[in-house]
Design a protein around this ligand. Structure first.
Ligand code: GLU
Ligand code: MG
Length: 442
C-alpha cells in the first residue's frame, strides 16, 4: 500500500480473461484496495458466457444475467502499469460470494487444478507463450493499412520501430517479464518479441501482461497491435506457440539421451497424450473461427497431428539441448492468441497427464513436411490433418471426456456454449468481417 501510494497510484485494475479470451478489468480506488484484497470486486456470473463478437450471453452457456461472483485480486501479480498513469493491476481469481471458494468457471483456477494434479505426480511444467503480432495503421475510413512491406527478419522495421521496441522492452522489464529476443517476422508489419519461460501459472499471467503491454505501448505510437491469428489471407499468421518442458525436482526431464528418440519416457507419454487429444485440444488452443484460416499446410503453423525435431510444419516442434544429445523443450504450434492462456495451458496439461496415466507411446518422428507424406507413411506417425474449422474442433471436444472432465461440468458447459455460439454466428463470416470484430479484441 505504501509503495503504491508513493508511486501515485489512484486506481488498481482487477483483471480477468473470459472464455472468449477477452481481457477485461474493473478498477478500484486505492482507498478501497485493502477491502478489495479480502472480498474482491463483483462481476456478473454471465461474464463467462460472453462470446467474442458482442456483450450478450451465449444461450447454452448455462449462465444467466442473474447471479454474481467476486474477483479477488492476487497480490503476487501486482504491476504498476507503465502505460497508464496512476494505475496498477492485479489478476483476479473468480470466487463464490460468501465463502470465497473458487468458482468452477474460473479459468485461472482450472489451470491451478491441472498444475496440482501434475505436482501430485511429482512433476512440474515450465512454459512460455511465444507471440507473434502485427503492427498496423488505419486510414480515415477505418480501413487497415499495412505498416510496411517487409518480410522475415528484415532489418528495416527493426529500425523504424526502434523507439517503440525500446519502450516495449522497458515496459515489459519493469513489470517483471524477462525479455529474450526480438525480430521482425514474415508478414508485413509482423513482429516477434520473446520473453523467458517460467512456472506454468506465471507463464499464463505473463501472457495477460504481455498482450496488455504490447497493445498499450503500440497505441502510444499511433499503431494497432493485433494478435489476431490471421489478418491477411496471403501473409503469415500470428502464432502464440506454447513452449513447455517437463521438470522433476528442479531438473528438466524432457530429454533422455539413452532413449531412441531423445525424449524421456515420461515426456514421451505426456506428448503422446497431447497428440492423442490434439483434435479436441484445438477447440481450446486455436478456438476462434479465424484460427482455422491460419492453420493451413505450408504456412509453418503446424496443420498436422505430428511431432518432429525442428519441424516447423509439425504441430509439436521439438528442440534439443545445446549439445544436441536430447530433447530440451516442446513447442505446440497449434496455439494462438485467441485462446485463453489459462484454459489452453490447463487443457494441454490435462491431455499430457492422460498420456502419462495411460502409458501412451509416442509415434515415430516426422522428419519432413507432413503435408508431403504418402498416406501409407502417415499411420505409424499418427499424421492426420487437424480440424479445418471451429465447428469440427468443437465436435471433437464434445466427444473428449478427458478434456471436458478436467474442466468440470460448469466450465465445460460455459466454454462449449460460448464457442458454439461463436461458431453459429460467425461460421459464414468473411475474413473482412472477422477482422472488423477481432482485430482489436486479440
Ligand atoms: N507465423 C507462423 C505461425 O502462424 C510461425 C512462424 C514461425 O515458425 O515462427 O505460427
Ligand atoms: Mg515466429
Amino acid at each position: 500500500m505504501e509503495h503504491l501510494k508513493e508511486k501515485g497510484i489512484k486506481f488498481v485494475r482487477v483483471l480477468w480473461c473470459d472464455n472468449a479470451n477477452i481481457i477485461r478489468a474493473k478498477s478500484v480506488h486505492i482507498k478501497y484496495l485493502e477491502d478489495t484484497l479480502d472480498s474482491g470486486v463483483k462481476i456478473a456470473k454471465a461474464q463467462m458466457g460472453i462470446p467474442v463478437m458482442y456483450d450478450a450471453v451465449a444461450p447454452n452457456a448455462g449462465l444467466s444475467p442473474v447471479g454474481e461472483v467476486t474477483l479477488v485480486p492476487d497480490p503476487t501479480t501486482l504491476k504498476i502499469l507503465p502505460f497508464a498513469k496512476g494505475q496498477a493491476s492485479m489478476i483476479g481469481d473468480m470466487k463464490s460470494l460468501g465463502d470465497l471458494t473458487p468458482w468452477f468457471n474460473c479459468p485461472r483456477d482450472y489451470l491451478k487444478r491441472q498444475i496440482d494434479r501434475l505436482s501430485g505426480m511429482g512433476l512440474e511444467i515450465k512454459s512460455v507463450f511465444e507471440n507473434e503480432f502485427y503492427l498496423l495503421k488505419k486510414d480515415e475510413d477505418g480501413n487497415i493499412i499495412k505498416s510496411d512491406e517487409t518480410s522475415f527478419a528484415m532489418t528495416a522495421p527493426q529500425n523504424s520501430y526502434d523507439q517503440m521496441i525500446l519502450d516495449l522492452e522497458e515496459s515489459m522489464t519493469s513489470q517483471g517479464l524477462e525479455v529474450e529476443s526480438y525480430y521482425s517476422e514474415s508478414g508485413p508489419g509482423q513482429h516477434e518479441f520473446n520473453v523467458k519461460y517460467s512456472d506454468a501459472l506465471q507463464s499464463a499471467d505473463n501472457q495477460i501482461t504481455y498482450r496488455e503491454t504490447v497493445r498499450a505501448v503500440a497505441s502510444r505510437y499511433g499503431l494497432i497491435a493485433s494478435f489476431m491469428p490471421k489478418i491477411f489471407e496471403d501473409a503469415g499468421g500470428n502464432g502464440t506457440h506454447l513452449n513447455f518442458s517437463l521438470w522433476r525436482d528442479e531438473e528438466n526431464i524432457s530429454g533422455e539421451s539413452n532413449e531412441k528418440n531423445g525424449i524421456s519416457k515420461t515426456s514421451s507419454a505426456f506428448v503422446a497424450g497431447i497428440m492423442h487429444h490434439l483434435k479436441a485440444l484445438c477447440a481450446v488452443t486455436i478456438p476462434s473461427t479465424n484460427s482455422y484460416r491460419r492453420v493451413i499446410p505450408h504456412f509453418w503453423a503446424g496443420a498436422f497431428v505430428s511431432w518432429g525435431y525442428y519441424n516447423r510444419e509439425a504441430a509439436i516442434r521439438v528442440s534439443k539441448n545445446e549439445s544436441q544429445s536430447k530433447a530440451q523443450r516442446f513447442e505446440l504450434k497449434i496455439s494462438d492468441a485467441s485462446a485463453n492462456p489459462y484454459l489452453a495451458l490447463g487443457a494441454l496439461i490435462a491431455c499430457g497427464i492422460d498420456g502419462i496415466e495411460k502409458d501412451m507411446v509416442l509415434p515415430e518422428e516426422t522428419t519432413i513436411d507432413p503435408g508431403y507424406l504418402k498416406s501409407s507413411e502417415c499411420e505409424s506417425r499418427w499424421v492426420e490433418r487437424l480440424p479445418k474449422n471451429l465447428g469440427e474442433a468443437l465436435d471433437y471436444l464434445k466427444d473428449d471426456s478427458i478434456v471436458l472432465n478436467s474442466m468440470g461440468e460448469e466450465l465445460a458447459k460455459s466454454y462449449v456454449g460460448v464457442k458454439e455460439f461463436e461458431w453459429d454466428v460467425l461460421k459464414s463470416a468473411t475474413l473482412e468481417e472477422e477482422v472488423k470484430i477481432m482485430l482489436e479484441r486479440f
